[in-house]
Design a protein around this ligand. Structure first.
Ligand code: HOZ
Length: 423
C-alpha cells in the first residue's frame, strides 16, 4: 500500500465501516466486499484511475478486482467516460425504446453468434434467473443441472452448493429459498462427464437445462477439462435440454466472443453482464431465436424491467464493445500480463488462469472442481491477501473468486505486482 499522507487517529475506512454496519447488513451492499474471508476492514474506495484505486485514507492500490470483472479496460477509460458524458446530456432513463439498445443488441449478436436475439436486464442475477425461466418455459420441464462451486447470482433455485460469497461465508444453502425451489436443482461436480451422463440417464426427460460457467470464476478460476464442455453440449442436446453458458464473467473477457468462442461450443442460451455494461449495472440473456422469441411480448414467457436497457449502461457498454472490437490487441496484452503474474507464483501454490482471470490456490494439488478448490489453505490465502494489500496490491478478498487483469495494467504494474508477490 503506498500511503500519500499519514493521518492521525483511526483510518477513515474503519470509521465508515463502523457507521455502515449500523445501517447496512454487514456494512456492505454485497457480501463479497466485507473481507470476511481475509479479515480486517475493507478499504473504502474514493476513486479509480486506470489500473489503480485510491481509498479514502489516501492509499493507492493496483486493482485486480476491477469491480468484480466489468472493468476490462480499467477505471475511467476515456472511450467510456466520453460516451457517458454524451448520454447524460440527453437523459438518464426513458422506459421507452432507444437507438442505443438496438445497437448494443446488434453488437452482442455479432460478437457472439449463438446469440441470435438478446434481452437486456439490469444484473447478472436477473440474466440467469430469466434464462432459467425461458429454458423451463421452452422445454416445459422443471429440473436444472448446475455445478458445485459455480455461482449464477442469488437466484433462488441456483443457491445450491454455490461459489462466490456463499462459498466464502461457508453457507451451504440460504434460508429463505423454498425447498420446492432447491429441489428443482441438481448440483454435480464440475468437470465430471460421468456425473452428467448418469444424471441425464436417470432424469433426462425432466431436465430443462444445464447451466455452467464455462470457465469458472466463482470457486476461484477453474478451467474446463478438455472435452467437458463438448460433452455438456452433446448430452444436453441428446436429451433435448438446453445448454446455458453463464458468461456473465467470461463474456468479452476471455475472448471477444467469450468462452464459447475460445472453446468452440454453441450453447442454446447465454447470460452476460459485467463487461457489457462498461462498469454500469447491466445484464443480458440471449440465444437461439426460436427460444428467445418465446419471451414476452413476442411469446408468453414473461420478463420485464423498468430500467432495462438503461441509456447510461447501454452507452457505456456500447463504447466498451466498440473499443474492444476495434482494438483486438487488448486480448493479446491481457494474455501476456496474466501469464507473467501467474508465472510469479510460489512453488507451493497452484495457479489457475484463463487469459486475464486467475487465482492462486494455496495447495500443491491441481484444482479442477469445488472439492479440490476447498482443499486450498484459506488461512494462508488470508495472510497472502493481507500482505499484498499492505504492498499496494488489491486482490479479491476471497479464495473463491477470480482476480482480473485489465487493459489498463501496464508492464510496470505487473512488475510491481510480481515484486510484491515475491516479497
Ligand atoms: N459475481 C461476483 C463475483 N463472484 C460477485 C459480485 C458480488 O457478489 O458482489
Amino acid at each position: 500500500m503506498s500511503s500519500a499522507t499519514p493521518r492521525p487517529g483511526k483510518p477513515l475506512s474503519e470509521r465508515l465501516f463502523e457507521r455502515a454496519r449500523h445501517v447496512i447488513p454487514g456494512g456492505v451492499n454485497s457480501p463479497v466486499r466485507a473481507f470476511r474471508g481475509v479479515g480486517g476492514t475493507p478499504p473504502f474506495i474514493a476513486r479509480g484511475e486506470g489500473s489503480r484505486v485510491f481509498d479514502v485514507d489516501g492509499n493507492e492500490y493496483i486493482d485486480y478486482v476491477g469491480s468484480w470483472g466489468p472493468l476490462l479496460l480499467g477505471h475511467r477509460h476515456p472511450a467510456i467516460i466520453d460516451a457517458l458524458r454524451a448520454a447524460l446530456e440527453v437523459g438518464t432513463s426513458f422506459g421507452a425504446p432507444t437507438q442505443g439498445e438496438v445497437e448494443l443488441a446488434e453488437a452482442i449478436c455479432e460478437a457472439v453468434p449463438s446469440i441470435e436475439m438478446v434481452r437486456l436486464v439490469n444484473s447478472g442475477t436477473e440474466a440467469t434467473m430469466s434464462a432459467l425461466r425461458v429454458a423451463r418455459g421452452f422445454t416445459g420441464r422443471d429440473l436444472v443441472v448446475k455445478f458445485e462451486g459455480c455461482y449464477h447470482g442469488h437466484v433462488d433455485s441456483l443457491l445450491v452448493k454455490a461459489g462466490s460469497g456463499v462459498a466464502t461465508l461457508g453457507l451451504p444453502d440460504s434460508p429463505g429459498v423454498p425447498k420446492g425451489f432447491s429441489d428443482t436443482t441438481i448440483a454435480l461436480p464440475f468437470n465430471s462427464v460421468d456425473a452428467v451422463a448418469e444424471t441425464f440417464s436417470a432424469h433426462g426427460a425432466h431436465i430443462a437445462a444445464v447451466i455452467v460457467e464455462p470457465v469458472v470464476g466463482n470457486m476461484g478460476c477453474v478451467s474446463p477439462a478438455p472435452g467437458f464442455l463438448q460433452a455438456l453440449r452433446e448430452i444436453s442436446a441428446r436429451h433435448e435440454a438446453l445448454l446455458i453458458f453463464d458468461e456473465v464473467m467470461t463474456g468479452f473477457r476471455v475472448a471477444f466472443g467469450g468462452a464459447q468462442q475460445l472453446f468452440g461450443i454453441r450453447p442454446d442460451l447465454t447470460t452476460l453482464g459485467k463487461v457489457i455494461g462498461g462498469g454500469l449495472p447491466i445484464g443480458a440473456y440471449g440465444g437461439r431465436a426460436e427460444i428467445m422469441s418465446r419471451v414476452a411480448p413476442s411469446g408468453p414467457i414473461y420478463q420485464a424491467g423498468t430500467l432495462s436497457g438503461n441509456p447510461l449502461a447501454v452507452a457505456a457498454g456500447l463504447a466498451m464493445l466498440r473499443y474492444l472490437k476495434s482494438h483486438p490487441e487488448v486480448y493479446g496484452q491481457l494474455e501476456v500480463r496474466g501469464a507473467a503474474i501467474a508465472a510469479s507464483a510460489p512453488r507451493s501454490v497452484t495457479v489457475n488462469r484463463v487469459g486475464s482471470m486467475f487465482t492462486f490456490f494455496f495447495t500443491s494439488s491441481p484444482v479442477t472442481n469445488y472439492t479440490s478448490a476447498k482443499k486450498s489453505d484459506t488461512a494462508r490465502f488470508a495472510d497472502f491477501h493481507r500482505t499484498m494489500l499492505d504492498r499496494g496490491i488489491y486482490l479479491p478478498p476471497s479464495q473463491f473468486e477470480a482476480a482480473f487483469v485489465s487493459g489498463a495494467h501496464s508492464e510496470e504494474d505487473v512488475n510491481k505486482t510480481i515484486e510484491a508477490i515475491r516479497g
